[in-house]
Design a protein around this ligand. Structure first.
Ligand SMILES: Cc1cc2nc3c(=O)[nH]c(=O)nc-3n(C[C@H](O)[C@H](O)[C@H](O)COP(=O)(O)O)c2cc1C
Length: 267
């Protein structure tokens, strides 16, 4: 990838399989927690930006953080489109209904649910995990990836697999606790948006940790954006994220949240 040399480019090594887990180090909590709290507290929905893009290496670093988000079965059923072409950017901003959070953003990132890609992602993932078949997976991981995931994910146009799955899960559930889905197409849609949203949150937190601002946008014309970016109708846009340096007037007041016990049930 083009770009000026910077320590962030070391992150390229992390691109395929793992990121370093520093937690066994006893000093981890002391070093990580203050920054984490600061990041969480400083991420706000920024509605007006100064229009300048986030430096390329920084945004690429944030995007790498995004794909470190957890995902169901590690299938990573999403894609992230960093809109770099100026004309496309203007058109995506217009399709965010002209919201200033989009029209003033230096960067626009489109988060897309790709449940339709589960088979291809599964293949790629198992290729990485098995070193292209050289070190086959062992049970129960092999069984999970070869049998259970396809059983849960396989859909067909007429819904035949959905019926089989519904029956199997119902039958098993009579005797023991069992997952209730995904069964229907609607379940798969939810599944995809969940994975995509987790990546989106990682992205926004990373942007905040780098000292920049972001705004998630769901008030958008999803279908038109998908069409513009050449995303097939089997995929769905989850949200668009505006990013850049925020302006003071881009914060619409103090952060407001419902009280802790309205949302957190300690049962
Ligand atoms: C999925 C999603 C969609 C959102 N859509 C919009 C949007 O279209 N326009 C907007 O200005 N803010 C949007 N927001 C931002 C929320 O309004 C904002 O996060 C919320 O008011 C809390 O403010 P805070 O993020 O600054 O804490 C969206 C947030 C999420 C998570």
């Amino acid at each position: 990838m083009p770009g000026t040399p910077t320590p962030l480019r070391d992150m390229d090594r992390l691109a395929t399989v793992v990121a370093k887990d520093d937690r066994p180090n006893p000093s981890f909590k002391i070093s990580a927690l203050p920054g984490f709290k600061k990041t969480i507290q400083s991420r706000r929905a920024m509605r007006v930006f100064d229009g300048n893009p986030v430096p390329e290496d920084i945004l690429r670093d944030c995007l790498r953080d995004a794909i470190l988000a957890p995902s169901s079965s590690n299938l990573q059923c999403y894609e992230i489109y960093w809109v770099r072409d100026d004309d496309k950017k203007k058109r995506v901003a217009a399709l965010c209904l002209g919201q200033p959070a989009a029209t003033t953003a230096g960067d626009l990132i489109v988060i897309v649910s790709r449940v339709d890609q589960w088979q291809s992602h599964l293949r790629k993932l198992t290729d990485i995990m098995t070193d292209n078949g050289k070190t086959p997976l062992k049970d129960p991981v092999r069984d999970y990836y070869e049998n259970i995931i396809p059983m849960l994910m396989k859909t067909d146009r007429v819904g035949f697999n959905n019926l089989i799955r519904r029956f199997m899960l119902w039958y098993k559930n009579r005797r023991e606790p069992m997952v209730n889905g995904p069964v229907r197409r609607a379940d798969h849609r939810v599944y995809g948006h969940v994975q995509a949203s987790l990546a989106a949150e990682n992205l926004m937190l990373s942007i905040a940790a780098h000292g920049y601002d972001s705004c998630p946008m769901g008030g958008i014309d999803q279908r038109a954006i998908a069409k513009l970016l050449g995303i097939p109708s089997t995929a769905e846009v989850t949200m668009v994220i505006g990013a850049g340096a925020g302006k003071p007037e881009g914060l619409f007041g103090e952060r407001v949240r419902l009280p802790y016990h309205a949302l957190v049930k300690e049962v």
